[in-house]
Design a protein around this ligand. Structure first.
Ligand code: ZN
Length: 286
């Protein structure tokens, strides 16, 4: 009822489409408020379920949960998320700052240091996924075997998503830990995904999710994330002298500045520009 309320409120305020009925085949979820579960610091009991839930904890928490949500995903896995107020201690300040650019061969190009390789989980699992999908397509609708094949496909999807998420969390935590200011282009995705050839590689990386994680982790740990307008010409500017090139086709990986003669790696130069621009914006707003 509460979710329906939220959905209709959003609909009448014209933020969202009219709520639709959910499919029984999609992800299922149920939320339990304070009076519908019991937590004694060790065991969790849901209303009308006698035994405590058998949970494999991904992390522990302190404090008093205000709600508990149980989900069943399409791969047939149950997850439980617990809403709890937690005070996160900010990290001690550091001097370092960084600009990050999204490359094609590598996921993340920091303005200083080594590029972080794109693990390409999707590519690795793509073959297996394709086989599973082909098998699924051959199964008769409504049959038991079709359900089995569907589960197989869902499990591969889930595995890809889990690995990607884990990798991204480790990366964003590291970036936030090591740097006081992180500068990144805001949603370069929008412009780039229009290019179909690049679209898959970028989805593989999850730029939007990366920015989302950097943003809340920065808040938690007392760091600053500066987002730069996606139209900032990070690739076209020479970081050494500021000269602006008219064109910078994607095929150009290295180039020499005609004005100052500096030789640039395309992505690293862009990352440095992003960092300088971010630090400039930060000074202006301070
Ligand atoms: Zn130059």
């Amino acid at each position: 009822m509460r979710h329906l309320q939220t959905a209709y409120a959003a609909f009448y305020s014209k933020w969202a489409e009219k709520p639709k009925f959910k499919s029984r085949k999609d992800r299922q979820s149920a939320s339990f408020m304070r009076n519908a579960f019991r937590w004694d610091g060790k065991e969790l009991r849901l209303a009308k379920v006698e035994k405590p839930l058998s949970i494999r904890w991904s992390r522990r928490f302190k404090g008093d949960p205000s709600s508990v949500t149980v989900t069943l995903d399409q791969a047939g896995r149950y997850h439980i998320s617990i809403l709890v107020d937690e005070e996160v201690k900010p990290l001690p300040p550091v001097e370092r700052t960084v600009g990050i650019d999204l490359g094609l061969m590598h996921t993340i190009i920091p303005s200083h240091g080594e590029p972080v390789d794109n693990p390409r989980y999707f590519e690795r699992d793509e073959h297996e996924l394709a086989i599973a999908q082909r098998k699924l397509a051959r199964k008769r609708k409504g049959s038991k075997n079709r359900e089995k094949a569907r589960l197989k496909v869902a499990r591969i999807h889930a595995r890809i998503a889990d690995r990607r998420k884990d990798w991204l969390h480790k990366l964003t935590t590291r970036l936030i830990r090591e740097n006081q200011v992180v500068c990144a282009e805001s949603l370069a995705v929008k412009a780039m995904v229009r290019n179909r050839a690049l679209a898959k590689a970028i989805h593989d990386v999850g730029w939007g999710e990366l920015i989302r994680q950097l943003s809340y982790k920065a808040k938690w740990y007392g760091r600053t994330l500066v987002e730069i307008d996606q139209w900032f010409p990070s690739s076209k500017l020479c970081h050494t002298c500021g000269h602006r090139m008219d064109r910078m086709p994607l095929s150009v990986r290295r180039w020499t500045c005609p004005k100052c003669g500096a030789v640039h790696d395309r992505d690293q130069n862009a990352a440095r520009n992003i960092e300088s621009e971010g630090l400039r914006l930060l000074k202006v707003s301070a």
